[in-house]
Design a protein around this ligand. Structure first.
Ligand SMILES: Nc1ncnc2c1ncn2[C@@H]1O[C@H](COP(=O)(O)OP(=O)(O)OP(=O)(O)O)[C@@H](O)[C@H]1O
Ligand SMILES: [Mg+2]
Length: 250
């Protein structure tokens, strides 16, 4: 049985979908078989970020409703071996906790890692997926507003029975932290009340690749790709140091 990781945030636009895409690619590069599930019903984005839109036929809603099998709905990436994606339905949909859990269990049986990209917010379905997953990651920028939402999301996940919640601090700009104009990583962890899985620097390559449906992994000098790779390694149980020079004491 594989491991399922739900990625959520509270506040919108913190970088969850970029995080999920790149962590999935990094896990595949390490030899894992990975399913990405976009659960942002009505506002899906993983297919665009990964350049897979032309392949989409079925959504996770079709799988839950028995209109097709998981195998039929999970589309493959043209370049990244063993990367599969289950897209969100084009219109908003809400499912029961049991239906969300059943989808997660099916994925777990076929993939070594399943990454669930949650919509922004703390809706019931977000918490259903976070509760059903083996672990959860809150992606937050180092801003007080985002961190407070992340803290709230973490508390609700714990109430759903999720015991393994960590934070990834995204879009970190060390120059702002050095000048005291952005929250440093220690303070970010304190404010969110969550242990750290990693930090991702601000990197325009994330924006350019996401807009072009291109792989950040090919941008060998990308600091964000280095950070995503390190986080994927930590997820696989490897001990990897935090990036030097990003965010105060790190
Ligand atoms: N480390 C980064 N450096 C620079 N830009 C980033 C970084 N991470 C994400 N972005 C950019 O931030 C924007 C929002 O990212 P993304 O769509 O991944 O966020 P999200 O949390 O999934 O949003 P939503 O809440 O709408 O689902 C995108 O333009 C993306 O390219
Ligand atoms: Mg998103």
């Amino acid at each position: 049985m594989g491991t399922v990781i739900a990625v959520a945030s509270g506040k919108g636009g913190t970088g969850k979908s970029s995080f999920c895409s790149n962590i999935a690619v990094a896990l595949c590069a390490a030899g894992e078989k990975v399913l990405l599930i976009d659960t942002d019903a009505g506002l899906r984005s993983l297919d665009l970020i990964l350049g897979m839109s032309n392949k989409v036929l079925f959504s996770y809603a079709d799988v839950i409703e028995g209109k097709c099998s998981l195998k039929e709905a999970a589309i493959t990436h043209d370049v990244v071996k063993n990367l599969y994606m289950l897209t969100a339905p084009a219109t908003p949909r809400v499912f029961t906790k049991e239906q969300c859990k059943a989808l997660v269990e099916r994925a777990k049986a076929h993939f070594t890692y399943t990454i669930i990209d949650c919509p922004a917010g703390i809706s019931d379905n977000v918490m259903d997926f976070c509760g059903a997953a083996d672990r959860a990651i809150v992606v937050s920028t180092p801003d007080h507003t985002s961190l407070r939402c992340g803290q709230k999301a973490g508390i609700l996940m714990e109430q759903e029975g999720q015991k393994f919640v960590k934070i990834a601090v995204n879009r970190v700009r060390s120059n702002l932290i050095d000048r005291g104009e952005a929250v440093n990583i220690d303070a970010a962890m304190d404010q969110a009340g969550l242990g750290l899985i990693g930090i991702i620097p601000e990197d325009k390559g994330v924006i350019a690749c996401g807009n072009g449906g291109k792989l950040l992994a090919f941008e060998r000098k990308s600091p964000a790709w280095q950070a995503y790779s390190n986080i994927a390694a930590r997820i696989r149980g490897e001990k990897v140091r935090l990036l030097d020079g990003v965010g105060g004491r790190f």
